[in-house]
Design a protein around this ligand. Structure first.
Ligand SMILES: *Cc1c(COP(=O)(O)O)cnc(C)c1O
Length: 410
C-alpha cells in the first residue's frame, strides 16, 4: 500500500496484459459523481465506467442490497432454483415491458445470447434453411469483444489477427434506411437487424430523427427481428428509460448490461416475447453465474433507484443544459468542432485529425483540473457523468471544462 500512483501503474504494466491504455490516474474510492485517487485528489467522473455507473458510485441502497445478499446466498448455479431469480425476471419484464428474460453477466455475453436466440428463431419460426441465417449489423458498430462480435466490427485494431471470423453478418451504413431496405429486399435469409440506438463507442453518433422507428417498420415488413443493443444507452442514460423510447420503438429483442446493476456487479440480460424466447430449450444456452442471486438482487435495487430518483428526467434536463453550454464553447474556440448527444450521453468533437493526440492531451488537462473523461476514437471526447449529478455539480463541471478548453486554446 502506497499513495504513489506510479507504483500501481507500474504493477499493471508489468503484470497485466496491455489491452487498455488508461488515463494516468489511480482511483481508490468513489461516491456518487465523484472518485478519488491514491494521492487524495478528488475528481468528477465523466465516464461512469462507460455508463455502467448511472446510479452513481457506491449507491448506498445498491451496496446495502449487495452486502445483505452476499451474506445470505451468492451462487446456486441454474442447476437449482433460487428465491431471487424469478422475482428479478418478473420485476425486469414488468419494468421494461417484455414477457421473458434470459440473464447473463457481461454485455458481450448478452449480445451473443441475442444473436443465438435470433438465429434459432430464424430456423424454427421463420423457416430459413439451416446454417443460412444472416444478421444485418451497422458499420462502425460496437457490441463487445468476443470472437463472433469482433467478426462483424470495422475496427481493425479489434479484429486483426483474431480470425478466422464468424460468418453470417452483413454490414450496412448506420443511419441509412435505403441501404437497410435494399439489403432486406434482396435477401430472404435475414433473421435480424442488430443496432445501437446511438453509436456510443464510435463517438456518440445520434442517428437522424425517425431512423430507428422506420428501421423497425422495415424489419416488420420483412419479418426480421429488431435487436436493440441498449447496453450503453439504456437505463436512463439518454433521458428516457431506453434510447429507443425517444421514437417509441419496442425492439423484438432488448439487450441490457452496464447500468442494469449500477456498477456493483456484472449483470446483463436479453428480454423478448414468449414466442421468441421459447425457441431456447433446456441445455441450449447458459452461464454458471448468469442469474445468480447476488447479481439479480443488486440489479433489482439498481433499477428501483433509477425510478425512485427520476434519473431519466434528470438526464434529459441536465443534458440539455450541458449541450447548450458546450455549444457556446464550440462557437468560441477553434479547437472544438461540435457537440452532440442525447440526455447525459454526449461528445465533443475536437478539431484535429483522428490520429492526433489533442483529445488525449485535453483529457489529461481536464484530469489536472479535477474531471475525468476519455477520448473515444481519436479526436472525440465522450462526456457521461453519473445520472445522479445535480445542477450545481454540473455547473461546476461546465466551469472546469470551459477553463480547461480556454487554457488549451491559447
Ligand atoms: C459496453 C458495450 C458492450 C459490451 O459490454 P461488456 O460488458 O463490455 O462486454 C456491448 N454493446 C454496447 C453498445 C456497449 O456499449
Amino acid at each position: 500500500m502506497t499513495n504513489n500512483s506510479q507504483y500501481y501503474i507500474d504493477l499493471e504494466n508489468k503484470y497485466g496484459a496491455h489491452n487498455y491504455h488508461p488515463l494516468p490516474v489511480v482511483l481508490t474510492k468513489g461516491e456518487g459523481v465523484k472518485v478519488w485517487d491514491v494521492e487524495g485528489n478528488e475528481y468528477y467522473d465523466f465516464l461512469s465506467a462507460y455508463s455502467a455507473v448511472n446510479q452513481g458510485h457506491c449507491h448506498p441502497k445498491i451496496i446495502d442490497t449487495l452486502t445483505k445478499q452476499a451474506q445470505t446466498l451468492t451462487l446456486t448455479s441454474r442447476a437449482f432454483y433460487s428465491d431471487k431469480l424469478g422475482e428479478f425476471e418478473k420485476f425486469a419484464c414488468d419494468y421494461f415491458g417484455f414477457d421473458k428474460l434470459l440473464p447473463m453477466n457481461t454485455g458481450a455475453e448478452a449480445v451473443e445470447t441475442a444473436i443465438k436466440v435470433c438465429r434459432k428463431w430464424a430456423y424454427e419460426k421463420k423457416g430459413i434453411a439451416e446454417n443460412e441465417a444472416q444478421l444485418i449489423v451497422c458499420e462502425n458498430n460496437f457490441h463487445g469483444r468476443t470472437t463472433t462480435i469482433i467478426s462483424f466490427s470495422n475496427d481493425e485494431n479489434a479484429r486483426k489477427n483474431f480470425g478466422p471470423y464468424t460468418a453470417g453478418f452483413i454490414k450496412v451504413e448506420y443511419d441509412n434506411l435505403q441501404a437497410l431496405e435494399e439489403t432486406l429486399k434482396n435477401n430472404d435469409k435475414v433473421a435480424g437487424f442488430l443496432v445501437e440506438p446511438i453509436q456510443g463507442e464510435a463517438g456518440v453518433y445520434v442517428p437522424s430523427s425517425g431512423y430507428l422507428a422506420k428501421a423497425k417498420a422495415l424489419c416488420e415488413k420483412y419479418n426480421v427481428l429488431f435487436l436493440g443493443d441498449e447496453i450503453q444507452t439504456g437505463v436512463a442514460r439518454t433521458g428516457k428509460l431506453l434510447a429507443l423510447d425517444h421514437e417509441n420503438v419496442k425492439p423484438d429483442i432488448l439487450i441490457l448490461g452496464k447500468a442494469l446493476s449500477g456498477g456493483a456487479y456484472p449483470v446483463s440480460a436479453v428480454l423478448t416475447t414468449d414466442d421468441i424466447m421459447d425457441v431456447i430449450k433446456s441445455g441450449q444456452h447458459g452461464s454458471t453465474y448468469g442469474g445468480n442471486p447476488l447479481g439479480v438482487a443488486v440489479a433489482m435495487t439498481a433499477l428501483q433507484v433509477v425510478k425512485d430518483e427520476n434519473l431519466a428526467e434528470n438526464a434529459e434536463e441536465l443534458g440539455t443544459i450541458f449541450r447548450a453550454e458546450m455549444q457556446k464553447l464550440v462557437d468560441q474556440y477553434d479547437i472544438l468542432t461540435l457537440v452532440r448527444g442525447k440526455g447525459l450521453l454526449n461528445a465533443l468533437v475536437i478539431n484535429d485529425t483522428e490520429d492526433s493526440d489533442t483529445a488525449w492531451n485535453l483529457c489529461v488537462a481536464l484530469k489536472e483540473n479535477g474531471l475525468l473523461a476519455k477520448p473515444t476514437h481519436g479526436n472525440i471526447i465522450r462526456f457521461a457523468p453519473p445520472l445522479v449529478i445535480t445542477k450545481a455539480q454540473l455547473a461546476e463541471c461546465i466551469d472546469i471544462i470551459s477553463k480547461t478548453v480556454a487554457a488549451f486554446a491559447k
